[in-house]
Design a protein around this ligand. Sequence first.
Ligand code: NAG
Ligand code: NAG
Length: 370
Amino acid sequence: MALTMYASWLLLTQFLVTLVLTTAGKVPAVIVFGDSSVDAGNNNQISTILKSNFVPYGRDFVGGKPTGRFSNGRIPPDFISQAFGLKPTVPAYLDPNYSIKDFATGVCFASAGTGYDNATSDVLVSFSGFQIFYCPVVGLVVQSVIPLWGELEYYKDYQKKLRAYLGTQKANNVISEALYLMSLGTNDFLENYYILTRRSSQYSIKQYQDFLGGIAEEFIRQLYSLGARKISLGGLPPMGCLPLERTMNFFTGRQCRDEYNNVAKEFNGKLKGLVVRLNKELKGIKLVLSNPYDILLQIIQRPSSYGFEVTGMACCATGMIEMSYMCDRFNPFTCTDASKYVFWDSFHPTEKTNRIISAYVMKHALGVFL
Ligand SMILES: *[C@@H]1O[C@H](CO)[C@@H](O)[C@H](O)[C@H]1NC(C)=O
Ligand SMILES: *[C@@H]1O[C@H](CO)[C@@H](O)[C@H](O)[C@H]1NC(C)=O
């Protein structure tokens, strides 16, 4: 009797050990492409006004350090990396304080302000919201950030460095087993299509969705041909509820802008179709859609169930329009406890919101890679 119990205990232990051994290292690195929703500080190193490497950004980050993340603390790739048993923060590729040794287990190529559309990273008018209120005479702020295709060029450069560092075989293993996160698209609609005339005179909104979907597809194919197999395509958030968009919707008393939310939902539907199609077509790929739409809308509609008090205004400054340099340390209106706020600045969630969204996508999409 005792012996059988001992034997089954042994078996159980062995099972658990095997489980730990086979799960550990299944995803050896998290590799990130996208915009400010996931930029860990690449924009610090390029010439752009779209930065956040100053306080109060990062005030709830380790050491209260502003890293260039557009939040008071960590962003989704950080939480996701940690959920895979990797490091708790994913460093920016252009950050000179890190090297290939750090990047071997996770790296971020994202650049705030970018989009699928090359035209989005060329002319960034993120500050159009401010212009209405602060500087109506300035006109468009012309900006250049890293286009999505530039992020891919950096990734190719990374592959070379990784092979030199780990040796070809080990590096190839990291490349094929790593989890690739893509998170972008909001700027294409909100900063490009709806503000500039170039794309909106060329495409109907549905055509523009298809145009962007085509670029997403091409990007995934490129990643795949470079060896990536585990890819998460990020859906759009309910972008009509971002505080800046509510402010621009002042005639309705700062309601969420349904038109923008519907476009996000529609686009997510198209991305879902793309995911199904590419999974059938590309041998060995595991592509998932990480969709933040439902969870973020739920948080906004029922904030108290998640411990939030404020949804329509951001924590930083007046919470209606400010981000980047407008969200500065001397602004007396900045809130003291960001954990009560869904949004940190007028365009980006607080760390607490990022944590909830990350847990949600881990459960509903990324769990297959655990
Ligand atoms: C990077 O390194 C410099 C000098 O080596 C240091 O002053 C700075 O605080 C570091 N930045 C980060 C984000 O760690
Ligand atoms: C975007 O730019 C890249 C690099 O210049 C180019 O290869 C690609 O064809 C462009 N995409 C579109 C849709 O114009």
